[in-house]
Ligand binder design. Sequence first.
Ligand code: AHR
Length: 672
Amino acid sequence: MASCKAPHCVLLVYLFLSFACQCFAIGVDADSSVLLVDASEASGRPIPDTLFGIFFEEINHAGAGGLWAELVSNRGFEAGGPNVPSNIDPWAIIGDESVLNVSTDRSSLFERNKIALRLDVLCDSKGPNACPAGGVGVYNPGYWGMNIERGKTYKLVLYVRSLGSVDITVLLTDSSGQKLAAANIIASASEVSDWKKLEIPLEALGTSHNARLQLTTTRKGVIWFDQVSLMPLDTYKGHGFRKDIFQMLANLKPRFLRFPGGCFVEGDWLRNAFRWKDTVGPWEERPGHFGDVWLYWTDDALGYYEFLQLSEDLGALPVWVFNNGVSHHDEVVSSVVKPFVQEALDGIEFARGPPDSKWGSLRASMGHPEPFDLRYVAIGNEDCGKKNYRGNYLKFYAAIKRDYPDIKIISNCDGSNKPLDHPADLYDFHIYTTANDIFSKNHRFDNVPRKGPKAFVSEYAVNDKRDAGRGSFLAALAEAGFLIGLERNSDVVDMVSYAPLFVNENDQRWNPDAIVFNSSSLYGTPSYWVLRFFTESSGATLLKSVLQTNFSSSLVASAISWKNSENDKDYIRIKVVNYGSNTMNLKISVDELENSIQASGSNKTVLISTNLLEENSFSEPDKVVPQQSPLENAAAKMDVVLPPRSLTSFDLLKGPSYIRITGADSFSRSSI
Ligand code: AHR
């Protein structure tokens, strides 16, 4: 709309108001409201292609033990850091100290993660010192149980070394010890006197969602293990993403992926922040790190490359958030922040550089010679108030714009209240609050300056415990009102994402979250299902609409026109939240100008619940999900009933066109 010339604007406003006045003549009683929609594309406004996306943070075991399909937890025995003895949790020992000694040492083949596991097996296959039946060794329960499914194949990779010959039994078992898959590692002393990499396919003969990987022996000797990985072969495109979780994301049709945090990027201390260079290259060589904000170890298998790949697989633009030399508790002063700036520049080169560039060649060697489509970076997360943020930011900004002028840079400072005191393409905006507050904030961007950097609402959610529970209908409904407000203000709001996206039910560090999972199942909270109402908004046209109501504090609506790429048909989608506790009658009047509405093919989708605090769960994943039904009375003018506390979307199928004959009272009908 910014490009629309003034005289045209005046004319359009006049036309729209006169259309509005005609409709008031329909007669609005005190109980009913009227929504006037101007369906002409010309008076609408394009919604940014990027409006709705997702924000992935390594929080709640979103990646490690979640989206990333690795089944072994702490596969390199590195979770205790570089010191020995190290923390081998959750590996557990089979056999007591009379038959087995388990320790760690720094004998690994891999320079950046030196810790390996050492087993001193004291018992033997026979004789007075015979090992217990079943042998001695270690097992890994994965992330609260491995999901092993009958008929599927799992690829075991491990590194082994020994002072003598080995005879090791590899088992996948359920929690009662029942065998699901088995293999033997038999090697002579000379074959394993140096580290040897083994790759073993394991086909499951049974199913357990709580399985474990067991490595045992009955032969006396000393054995070392390192980098033990178990991956299902069946991941999305073989890229390592757990398929059911990936699909939940794909169904949102996200246009961008912000990653990898959040506070995860900052770290409580800089030494524990996510550093991209430690997360690329062969997985065995990645050191991993302890995320000290969300308090768990990640081996960084889901690293910078994998995030870029995930974005590409989802058809979403990557938005890389990097550390700017600021953590929760320590900061680098601007005069020495240059190495951090260089690290960010190298990261951009890794994503976008030609395959013969220094960092682009590493990307190419990992399997992606083509550049990734990195167009957005965020300098830090929630660091605006910090002492060195502005000084550091300016250095990053200057260097990135110098080398990559097209890259859009996101500032941590809120530009919605007052203009930023530094250059930026977008500013980050986070909101966690109560249901009533977020609903009322559907007007939050109505009056922000229309010029200057746009808003990236990269984190929003109702998180007040009384309203949100563990992901309630009430929270979702209020968020829907907020999102409608953002959609209506999409001339100044460019990007929007909910936070946090994921939680593994076994380690909830933040509540609530959009997608809840365990080793084998998952469900969306109502907040997830609200996002499904907005999947067609990015890149659609926002139609001019006016809501005439006495209930403006509880009713909010928007209208878009969009094309369904699956059937190539055009629709108008009207979304309305009735946040109040009364049924509302709404007269919808679409000034179709050129298009008629077809009842057949139009439909209505409602998100509603009898209990405001209703939640979905593993046992009832579909308790609060959208319900779709045909909209039999679909027409340009229709009376609809909005149940109390509901979100409704009306998808009106545009049919054959009407062409207005200038100067005539009537319309003549034609096909497009
Ligand atoms: O989304 C959870 C956390 O909330 C994010 O890490 C942080 O950016 C915000 O404070």
